[in-house]
Design a protein around this ligand. Sequence first.
Ligand SMILES: [Mg+2]
Length: 168
Amino acid sequence: MLPFLFLDFDGVLNNNDFLKRAWAGRTKEQVTEAWLECPDFLLDPVPVRRLNRIVGQVSFVLSSSWYPFHSFETCQRALAGHGFLGTLDHVTPKRFLSSKDEEIADFLSERGISYGQASKQFVILDDEPLFWFQQNQIRTDDKVGLTDLDIYEVARRLGLSSDPTFGY
Ligand SMILES: [Mg+2]
């Protein structure tokens, strides 16, 4: 079984400067409306393509607040439109007011995967701090988004080979 990679979107597949440029000239309401209509303009293709280095070696789990505002298919299509060569394989279960920690814990528990210690079975890419998964999280910097070093760290923790040229 491939290891799971929990994938957040905002702060991972975009960054603050990118968002400011994407928002330019629109009010907050207009941005929200445009995002609900079609969210693609808020994803940065550069970090999206970085994911290609580990395609085929992990099982991607959508762990973003974009869902369920956007369907799983819309999220998948947005990634593909920005150059992602893999597929989203799963999504974390959502409950009313559930936190990301709870959603990831539910997902892992359903599969009998223990957590609370370092693991080669999963890793989490997220810019927001998680509380139960500090040893499993690679926390991106929302000023920068997903970097080559972050991908290298995913590969190192999960024992993957990360081809530095694939996907470019
Ligand atoms: Mg985020």
